[in-house]
Design a protein around this ligand. Sequence first.
Ligand code: ZN
Length: 674
Amino acid sequence: MKKYLSASLIAMSIITGSCTHKEQATEAGEFDYTVDRFADIEVLRYRVPDFENLTLNQKILVYYLQEAALWGRDILWDQNNASNLAVRDLLENVYVNYQGDRDTDEFKNFEIYLKQVWFGNGIHHHYSTDKFTPRFSREFLENAIAALPADSPAPENSADLVELIFNPTIAAKRVNQAAGQDLIATSANNMYAPGVSQAEVEAYYAGIKVPGDSTPISYGLNSRIARDENGNIVEQTYRIGGLYGEAIEHIVANLDSASHYAENDAQRQVINSLIEFYRTGDLATFDRYSIEWAEDTASQVDFINGFIESYGDPLGMTGSWESIVNFKNNEASARTETLSANAQWFEDHSPVDPRFRKPVVKGVSAKVITAAILAGDSYPATPIGINLPNANWIRAAHGSKSVTLENITQAYDAASQGDGSKEEFVIDEPTRELMNQYLFITDNLHTDLHECLGHGSGQLLPGVDPDALREHGSTIEEARADLFALYYLADPKMVELGLIDNPEAYKAQYYSYILNGLMTQLRRIEPGKDIEEAHMRNRKLIAEWVYEKGRDNNVIELIKRDGKTFVKINDYEALRGLFGELLAEIQRVRSEGDYAAAAALVDNYGVKVDPELHAEVLERYSHLDIAPYRGFVNPRYTAVRDAQGRITDVTVTYDEDYSEQMLRYSREYRGLNR
Ligand code: ZN
């Protein structure tokens, strides 16, 4: 599971607190974080501090792991939509070979569209999953295709691709979550073959799941569902020799090189198990790999590489390919290690029914990391926290690894100083001041609590199917982790553990969270649309629920001033109590697998948008010119070799712009045959 940046309001925090952050602020002045700005996107760059302090072996390990990461790019594009790679090839061909005037509106709008497609890893928006609408004319593209040079011709099906780009009724949504529809038939992703229905898929998995299995494999994680020649449902497994085999061979070759530079035997075993999984596609091997990975807490360099998160599948089963390579930030990790060391205390004092608590919280490991490369589903849009593995029984029996990507949060923060959103949306100067002082640290602590403790807390009652909440599972799980974090941020334990120096600091996070959940996150939604993404639904669910339940006691007010709506929190202690109440209920829903209650919570609080308030938020943001979404280009790693070809150093540079990087990746990491 992952945590994404909640909103623009991180923009409001200024860097305060520990010396580490002050040093970063000084260096931030010399580093240009902003790379590109188009449509609703801002592209940033992140630093990889202390890479030069790694040993040569660690640098070479990072080098091969980031190669393994970049080689998976095409897999994700193809998972997102069956025509994505063909569309990308065509658009890049036109972009590179265009002979006409590049200063026309038509060409500039074409360029924006291509940048959007790059950012979405396909023709759909990475977050809303709606298909992009081109702002250039069909004639422009058709003429540009006709004018392509003879040595770089358009593909035979280019007319179909143009139709796909311009016809809004084809492949309109990548992941459809609308209740009551066939979620597979109406989703344009490529994890299910055309013509396969949701009912058939559910029947297929019901047929192969073993009832009462306490250590189930992650069914469907690494396969596309299709039909064989007799019309029966079959799984096409992602593996060497199977679907995506060519790209996986490149990934495995680099993993194999990396294994020679492993920091220790345990890490070498992790890499070898992953290679075995990629060779066989066997999900029991994946579980073994996941356990070994979760238990390797000694290595400084670490990585994720594979089919991990299932947000891209409307049924939440198939993993989207991704990779993140990273190394531990030892200084900052002291904070999360403190939380981990006290995990049992937090579990024992959680405001949920004792039956739903874990009697023994095992192996909650947590660290602050420096991301070295982002790839697949984590690029260019990037999580700020990750907690894996996802399999519940592995988390219960072997613990999970939880990380905060602090060089990413630091880049977000540095890039968004003084953008005006605080002045526009925060109710008064004292609240702004509190946020200036404490939002950065409480954002980081919220992420730590969410990832280290929130996802790892609680237990299912015996016999409860972990997938019982079906399409609401992701939203409820994220709500559970967020509520755990919100509840404990206000606990005196935080001051007692030395994680925060002011018992009032949590109010900065509470105000920011409610403001975001009720109002500011709406700027990411187009007028007339519902909220669909799981993290956004979870934040709205929480904010709307506490707003409604606290209404009689005036805990939270929405007040009007000069025609503008402001969030006013009158009773922060009561708000904490409400977070605790909702945590208890959400944990009950999860522990009992109460699908009806999950659906009611999500439908009543997490989905529908007040059109008037929505319009107001969009109007107020329109004056600020802040991109609703942000993502990153990667640094570039170069292996320095001696005359014998041995790597003697690995250097990191930050000079590539967004389009350059995308075009280079398309040239150099062409993983799949077309
Ligand atoms: Zn999460």
